[in-house]
Design a protein around this ligand. Sequence first.
Ligand code: HEC
Ligand code: HEC
Ligand code: HEC
Length: 127
Amino acid sequence: MNDKSKSIVGLVIFLALVIFPVLYNFAVGGAGPRPELELPEGESRCVEDKDFMTAHHMDLLLEWRDAVVRQGKKNYTSQAFGEIYEMSLTGTCMNCHTKRETFCTRCHDYADVDNDCWGCHVEPEGQ
Ligand code: HEC
Ligand code: HEC
Ligand code: HEC
């Protein structure tokens, strides 16, 4: 490689490093680089597809709560995968996402979300 093509490669890498985080933040809508989240080991998918969960997990949770508390329902059928889940924050979500600190809380701290479900709902063990 001659010096000129080296510097072009260098420039491309430099631009990629500078532009990537900007585009990435734009895509996820954050203020800075999104923190690394610990996903459940040995599981490949969530209750619904990932983009839906990222954007709408709070709505889903409140929907579950109302269905359980107001309508006495128990099960939820995934729109995306057809799988049936018990509508439970502790028993379903936290059964997969066992590390609340490095998942829910880490993202909420970053996004400045104040969610206090844990005064009443039992926290997952292990962290
Ligand atoms: C003041 C106490 C309290 C707080 C705070 C609270 N919940 Fe609940 N929640 C309850 C009770 C009581 C039930 C009914 C439990 C049952 O029927 O088994 C329930 C049920 C639920 C259910 C359905 C069943 C289950 O066990 O998961 C969901 C989902 C839920 N809540 C989500 C939330 C979310 C999300 C938050 C935070 C935004 C939250 N709750 C905060 C008391 C609370
Ligand atoms: C069967 C295990 C399992 C259950 C149950 C589960 N999740 Fe997930 N969740 C995952 C996996 C695996 C991913 C990553 C999916 C992917 O990469 O496609 C994920 C992704 C997510 C994401 C997106 C994370 C990101 O990086 O943007 C959120 C938010 C989330 N889950 C919240 C929840 C909530 C809230 C519940 C309960 C309503 C729940 N999950 C139930 C396994 C689960
Ligand atoms: C990828 C980042 C991310 C992850 C991971 C994540 N959340 Fe959230 N969560 C958010 C954002 C952003 C909001 C605020 C959305 C809004 O204000 O419209 C939010 C809001 C919520 C709310 C509503 C709070 C309120 O007071 O309005 C609940 C409940 C909630 N999340 C529960 C969870 C649980 C439980 C987990 C872990 C299983 C989790 N979240 C994981 C980003 C995340």
